[in-house]
Design a binder for this molecule. Structure first.
Ligand code: 5GP
Ligand code: ZN
Length: 113
């Protein structure tokens, strides 16, 4: 399958990898929207949150824990950060492989655009 984040997750397309383990990878977004903007993706191909199955649940719990660890490592705990996962057209998901955006290092607006 021709999937950009599968390619990055398996080292076939380069990225600024900041974490890798058996289940997920984290890398800096190529077009950062905040001083800190990285993505965490499961290695296993899942198109979006809408496609999560029972079998994926342990991996997703792990992914959330990794998000918390990496955000803390980047110094984001003091002032906070945002975690976003766009699902489908209305949310403007552009890469159809489940990913979480972690954005921090500046104050943000709510509601999002
Ligand atoms: P989405 O719009 O699907 O929620 O988020 C996709 C994200 O992937 C965007 O923020 C975009 O900048 C990022 N992205 C797209 N292509 C690449 C790439 O080749 N490398 C990296 N590091 N990020 C990418
Ligand atoms: Zn994929």
């Amino acid at each position: 399958m021709d999937c950009l984040f599968c390619e990055i997750a398996h080292g076939r397309v380069p990225a600024e990898i900041i974490h890798e383990d058996e289940y997920c990878v984290a890398f800096n977004d190529i077009n950062p929207q905040a001083p800190v903007h990285f993505l965490v993706v499961p290695k296993h191909h899942i198109p979006s949150i809408a496609d999560i199955t029972e079998a994926d649940q342990r991996i997703l719990g792990h992914v959330l824990k990794i998000i918390a660890i990496l955000a803390n490592d980047k110094g984001l705990n003091e002032n906070g950060y945002r975690v976003v996962s766009n699902v489908g057209r209305n949310a403007q998901q552009t890469v159809p492989h489940l990913h979480f955006h972690i954005l921090g290092g500046r104050s943000m607006n709510w509601p999002p655009g």
